[in-house]
Write a protein that binds this ligand. Structure first.
Ligand code: HEM
Length: 199
């Protein structure tokens, strides 16, 4: 939500998509997500720039060579997913919040998209110990963000939200609390009946 608030054109584009697919007489729901491609791309971009679990651990069972380095048996490796997902060799404008990069139209081929998913995009880890809750996470985050965008205007003090990250934690969190005011949108009759905190 912080990135969406910092980039008003994204909020507008999400609203347009939601209004054309869902309308304004009911809330976004799970079954809408396959048709809300820009919303899906926005969630993916959020997880790329701000992965909840930035470092993933692996302990090698046998000695092996990775990238030319010998790794002895029982060594614990730390895979820096945060750095991989901001690597300028793999991502154009890696520090920019650009959901468009995940839309098929901006990819040169399906092959590129698959390569990107497998090697460079790892907010849920990878392989046998990858996150088994990834699909559930996409559905619940997608519906939550969808409803929040659909039903409320988001106001912040000042120009931009400070996106600095808190140091020294296993999971990635914001350094400063996100303070904003929610104003129910009058277009959505349902919004006024939702009870949400305003901070
Ligand atoms: C946005 C939400 C979530 C993120 C970013 C996330 C991310 C991750 C990551 C990075 C790992 C480590 C994967 C690896 O070592 O390769 C992990 C593991 C795991 N996650 Fe998630 N997760 C999310 C939501 C969920 C949900 C909703 C569930 C269950 C309902 C879940 C259950 C698990 C479990 C059980 C593991 C351990 C898997 C294992 O060690 O074999 N996660 N998650």
């Amino acid at each position: 939500m912080a990135e969406i608030m910092n980039n008003s054109y994204i909020l507008e584009r999400l609203r347009e998509e939601i209004e054309s697919v869902v309308g304004n007489t009911r809330l976004v729901q799970e079954t809408d997500l396959p048709n809300l491609l820009y919303l899906q791309a926005t969630i993916k971009e959020g997880l790329r720039l701000h992965p909840l679990v930035p470092l993933v651990l692996r302990t090698v069972q046998e000695g092996c060579t990775i990238g030319g380095f010998y790794v002895p048996k029982k060594t614990t490796l730390v895979v820096n997913g945060y750095a991989i997902m901001r690597d300028p060799d793999n991502w154009e404008d890696p520090l920019e919040f650009k959901p468009e990069r995940f839309l098929d139209s901006s990819r040169s081929s399906q092959k590129d998209a698959i390569k990107e998913e497998v090697l460079n995009y790892i907010p849920f880890g990878s392989g046998r110990r990858g996150c088994p809750g990834a699909n559930l996470a996409y559905v619940s985050v997608g519906t939550s963000i969808g409803v929040m965008v659909q039903c409320f205007d988001w106001k912040i003090k000042g120009d931009k939200i400070n996106m600095n990250e808190a140091p020294g934690k296993i999971s990635l969190t914001m350094a400063h609390p996100l303070k904003c005011t929610l104003v129910p949108r009058t277009l959505i009759p349902l919004a006024s009946s939702l009870h949400m905190s305003n901070s």
